[in-house]
Ligand binder design. Structure first.
Ligand code: TXA
Ligand code: MG
Length: 339
């Protein structure tokens, strides 16, 4: 095993190419020796290990405190590497989707090849794969020369990290290296689409929505928006889609817009307003975060929750976004963060 130091080393990847090359080479070496490297993707920071090395992947589960029943996404540099991870022919649907959305925030679930050990997929016959749209992620995979298994770089059930400081908060001392390239751009996790069954179906909504997928596939895509009151094991979400996921430690309430004026009770309160610009709140919030468009909300939601969670407030109230399709993924994350 790679030598585990007490504090995790952090390398800031400035734009200068030289610094980047040395850092990437070192990170790739750690991956190749079975170690753990946290790295940025366009969605959230990932906690990476060599996907072909089951001992290395086991360390991911240990570092996160992740249940062994929750499969991990495999990140690949290109289509050739993606093909090496799947069993049999590369399906026509995968071809169409990959050429339209990769690199990008879309994970495809397909039959798993022997190159990927069972632990990656929690024993399932399938594997979730994607090509991330981030220079650092792709350079790292290419330098390591192996597919990289990476869940989000947070402790299990915590809020996903969109900045290096979020990764350290949860995982300092539990991983070998952290590559810091600043905040991520998309901000919420990829859309997970299952192509292994008879019909394509969304297991986790993301910023690539049903309409876009259907337009490319020219066929219906199943999606069951579990909505409120979703309990573990219900519906056909990903195995990792526990009802309480992505949750701050501070009690967090997801509130319909109609109930915005209800007094929150215990103070001080943090407020996040999603998609209702100019909304007037009659009670006083210690801190208010306004995220107006779906893109802005995706990019800023987790950072806002991380920040409010640090403030030691009695409660965080998130005003639900509008019900239109472009808000589906954000509404999903907000519901899972509340209790
Ligand atoms: O944007 C993302 O997807 C980020 C970045 C790092 O790529 N990763 C991420 O990983 O969010 P994680 O492990 O936090 O979430 C992976 C999701 C889980 O809900 C898991 O159950 C599902 O993908 N998943 C992965 N492989 C699967 C498989 N073979 N079958 C069904 N669901 C799978
Ligand atoms: Mg996660």
């Amino acid at each position: 095993m790679w030598n585990m130091t007490k504090r995790t080393r952090v390398i800031w990847l400035a734009r200068e190419a030289d610094v980047g090359i040395f850092a990437i080479r070192e990170a790739a070496e750690i991956i190749n020796h079975g170690g753990l490297v946290a790295f940025p993707t366009e969605t959230v920071y990932g906690l990476g290990a060599d996907a072909t090395n089951s001992d290395a992947v086991r360390r991911i589960f240990e570092a996160k405190g992740r249940p062994a029943t929750n499969p991990v996404i495999v990140h690949v540099a290109d289509l050739a590497m993606a093909r090496s991870c799947i069993e049999g022919e590369w399906p026509k649907n995968a071809e169409r989707l990959a050429s339209r959305f990769w690199p990008g925030p879309l994970t495809l679930v397909l039959p798993r090849s022997k190159r990927v050990p069972g632990i990656v997929s929690a024993g399932r016959e399938t594997v979730g794969i994607r090509v991330p749209d981030h220079r650092v992620a792709r350079a790292l995979i290419a330098a390591a020369g192996v597919p990289i298994a990476a869940p989000s770089a947070n402790r299990s059930t915590g809020i996903s990290p969109t900045k290096a400081e979020h990764v350290l908060k949860d995982l300092d001392g539990r991983i070998d290296l952290l590559l810091d390239a600043g905040p991520t751009m998309v901000g919420i996790e990829s859309t997970v689409l299952d192509l292994s069954g008879e019909h394509p179906r969304i297991l986790r909504p993301g910023m690539i929505g049903v309409d876009e997928l259907e337009a490319v596939l020219n066929a219906p895509v199943a999606f069951k928006d579990v909505g409120k009151g979703h309990a573990e094991g219900e519906g056909f979400g990903s195995p990792g889609q526990m009802a309480l996921h992505y949750a701050p430690r501070t009690a967090t309430e997801c509130r319909a817009i109609e109930r915005v004026s209800e007094e929150p009770g215990e103070e001080p309160v943090g407020l996040v307003v999603l998609g209702h610009p100019g909304l007037i709140v009659t009670w006083s919030a210690a801190e208010k975060v306004d995220l107006t468009s779906p893109e802005e909300a995706a990019e800023g939601l987790y950072a806002a929750l991380h920040r409010l969670d640090e403030m030691g407030l009695r409660r965080i109230i998130v005003i639900e976004p509008p019900g239109s399709p472009e808000w589906t993924a954000i509404a999903d994350r907000v519901r899972r963060a509340s209790r």
